[in-house]
Design a protein around this ligand. Structure first.
Ligand code: AP5
Ligand code: MG
Ligand code: ZN
Length: 222
């Protein structure tokens, strides 16, 4: 397969971060999550993190002026030359247009925009049981992906906590923001013939296999 320049779309809790990790390992390209970059900045108490915090805690999008520049800088880093899995960006049409301009400047075209399709019950079940490592950001689920020792990260031994934006009120807001701001991005890529839709239900490795098969299939058809 050629270079892999992939955008992952889907509602909160669909499994974008989980699948992006598997796909990044499979294709040998970096997993770039805007949410994870904001959370790392917040943990490090940088001005960017402190600015992003109030939006994240309210379940709102961080302003484009902040987000777009951050992604442009990240895509300039050497490891992103061979490709990337973008998780959580673009999240509105202005960001999608900005990404097109960034890629055009470096002569790169997206391989596909992959939509992880999940209904409300599925995302609620996944978000309410999610736990993340406070130290390294690794993601678990109390039922579907429990750590070996309850409350302790398998990777680094750090404490597992609930993400502040996984509280029910904030989840409801994030789902609304997804429908209003991010749905149009799905149509944006559909019109450009880049959209690949994959159901998000089923076990983690089953979803990964489904995604890789869908990407191969698309390549054969192209
Ligand atoms: P972000 O971090 O991107 O959050 P999100 O889009 O709401 O998505 P999540 O991370 O909640 O879900 P996911 O799809 O990654 O699911 P996961 O793999 O963890 O953004 C957070 C905030 O940052 C935003 O609200 C906004 O404020 C800001 N932000 C980020 N990007 C921005 C942008 N571009 N512009 C502006 N603001 C931005 O899986 C969920 C759970 O399910 C886990 O517990 C996992 O273990 C489990 N699970 C996963 N797959 C399976 C499976 N197949 N079977 C069973 N369980 C599974
Ligand atoms: Mg995520
Ligand atoms: Zn950890």
């Amino acid at each position: 397969m050629e270079a892999m320049e992939l955008v992952l779309l889907g509602p909160p809790g669909a499994g974008k971060g989980t699948q992006a990790d598997h796909l990044a390992a499979h294709f040998g390209v970096p997993h770039i999550s805007t949410g994870a970059i904001f959370r790392q900045n917040l943990a490090d108490r940088t001005p960017l993190g402190l600015e992003a915090r109030r939006y994240m805690e309210a379940g709102q999008l961080v302003p484009d002026e902040v987000t777009i520049g951050m992604v442009a800088a990240r895509l300039q880093e050497p490891d992103a030359r061979a490709g990337f899995i973008l998780d959580g960006f673009p999240r509105n049409v202005a960001q999608a247009e900005a990404l097109d301009r960034m890629l055009a400047r470096s002569g790169v075209g997206l391989t596909a925009a992959l939509l992880l399709e999940a209904d409300r019950d599925l995302v609620m079940a996944r978000l309410t049981g999610r736990r993340v490592c406070e130290r390294c950001g690794a993601t678990y689920h109390v039922e579907y992906h429990p750590p070996k020792v309850a409350g302790v990260c398998d990777v680094c031994g750090g404490p597992l906590v609930q993400r502040p934006d996984d509280r029910p009120e904030t989840v409801a807001r994030r789902l609304d923001v997804y429908e209003q701001e991010t749905r149009p991005v799905v149509d944006y890529y559909r019109r450009r013939g880049l959209l690949v839709t994959v159901p998000a239900e089923g076990a983690e490795n089953e979803v990964t296999r489904r995604i890789i098969a869908a990407l191969h299939h698309r390549e054969l058809e192209a």
